[in-house]
Design a protein around this ligand. Structure first.
Ligand code: ASP
Ligand code: MG
Length: 414
């Protein structure tokens, strides 16, 4: 017997039949003796419609009212889920973020959770009641409703699990777990039984969209075991059918590479003829940071003439225009040619075992070169290697690397 948080995403509560099916899973966990807090997303498509309504009224809407509108989708689902549970003889009530309360920063539309006082909710759980919390939302210190950014219900769920001291947070979704790569590209992709927080964090931020990146950061910091599993299949979380995101020490078989991800939301900017003087990089990248634009891969070439050099870096495609605007204002770049290219994809390999194995990068480069794929930019961290390629090579590169690292079958331990 323990405490569980069960989170159901949009497709898992898409209609009344799905809400009823989710309620059945809650009932099954209660039958195993667990105390349960449920976190729900808006029904599939609802958040998008609500955002559309705001835009229709005014493209430059007040962010506080936007939050008041878009947070409402989750309110509907939480009430419906409580009703579905009550119908099954379960004592249940809905909670909105402000009722807990979940206190957030006042960055409307992408707020962060500051504190959760789960005392009242915990007392009710102890008395046998199921709590059904509306995900994605909280309240600012000025008492306004705010939201946590797209996919934010994942973060609500992990934060609630931490606040309640839950044993696990199960994230029910429309896929059966975290895969070695996108099964739409590689049908032989394998579901991972376990993955470390560090790897999941890299995978989430590198394009695997299964969990909101911030929820993984929080799970790692608060040490909350998170399971990603399908709500469309029969098994419930306590039988561990999904992928458990957990501490590195809890993973016995450490693969060298565990996942291949890709992100097409990338743009490459090349600056030709940048003055080769101290401080210029700071003056170029400073304004980008001030504009909250995330710069990812960076290469600076050795200058031929010792007067000028070339710098290439990537930003997300959505930030490209703002980045170009900031660069054009930069004094140092008045004689520099600025070239933007959106026809790129970032393909990455991720694996904790990379820390202790040599030759991981060369396998990647050789495999790609054998297929005639040109690498434009490379960047690495301790547990990942990313390469920037022409977009048309996405599928070929992902398939090639998936084979190169033997991911389609369970790697044998020597
Ligand atoms: N409903 C919100 C969204 O679509 C939050 C979530 O589902 O996680 O982004
Ligand atoms: Mg989601």
């Amino acid at each position: 017997m323990g405490r569980l948080v069960m989170k159901f995403g949009g497709t898992s509560v898409a209609d009344i039949a799905r809400i009823e099916a989710a309620a059945e899973k809650v009932v099954a966990e209660i039958a195993r003796g667990h105390q349960v807090a449920v976190v729900v997303s808006a029904m599939a498509g609802v958040t998008n419609s609500l955002i559309g309504y705001c835009r229709d009224v005014s493209p430059l809407h007040d962010a506080r009212e936007y939050d008041a509108v878009v947070s409402s989708g989750e309110n509907v689902t939480s009430g419906l889920m409580a009703l579905a549970l009550q119908k099954r003889g379960v004592q249940a009530r809905s909670w909105q973020g402000w009722q807990v309360p979940i206190k957030c920063t006042d960055m409307h539309g992408k707020a962060r959770i500051v504190t959760i006082d789960a005392t009242a909710m915990a007392e009710r759980l102890d008395s046998g009641e199921v709590a059904v919390l509306a995900g994605f939302q909280g309240v600012t210190s000025r008492n306004r409703i705010t939201t946590l950014g797209r996919g934010g219900s994942d973060t609500t769920a992990v934060a609630l699990a931490a606040a309640l001291g839950a044993d696990r947070c199960d994230i029910y979704t429309d896929v059966s777990g975290v895969f070695t790569t996108d099964p739409r590209i590689v049908p032989q992709a394998r579901k991972l039984d376990r993955i470390s927080y560090e790897e999941m964090l890299e995978m989430a931020s590198l394009g695997a969209k299964v969990l909101q990146t911030r929820s993984v950061e929080m799970a790692m910091k608060q040490n909350v075991p998170v399971q990603v599993l399908s709500s469309m299949e029969d098994p419930i979380g306590s039988t561990f059918p999904g992928t458990l995101v957990t501490k590195e020490e809890d993973i016995l078989e450490q693969e060298i590479v565990n996942g291949i991800t890709y992100s097409k939301d990338e743009a490459k900017i090349t600056l030709r003829g940048v003055p080769d003087v101290p401080g210029v990089a700071a003056r170029i990248f400073g304004p980008l940071a001030d504009a909250a634009i995330n710069v990812d891969m960076i290469v600076q070439n050795i200058s031929d003439d010792r007067k000028t050099t070339d710098i290439t870096f990537t930003v997300t495609a959505t930030d490209l225009h703002r980045a170009l605007e900031a660069l054009r204002k930069c004094e140092d770049l008045k004689d520099t040619k600025i070239i933007a290219d959106e026809d790129v994809v970032k393909v990455s390999i991720v694996g904790i075992g990379m820390r202790s194995h040599a030759g991981v990068a060369s396998t990647m480069f050789r495999a790609l070169s054998e297929k005639g794929i040109n690498i434009e930019v490379i960047s690495t961290s301790e547990i990942k290697i990313s390469v920037l390629l022409l977009k048309e090579y996405t599928e070929l590169a992902v398939r090639t690397l998936h084979i190169a690292y033997g991911l389609e079958k369970k790697a044998e331990i020597a």
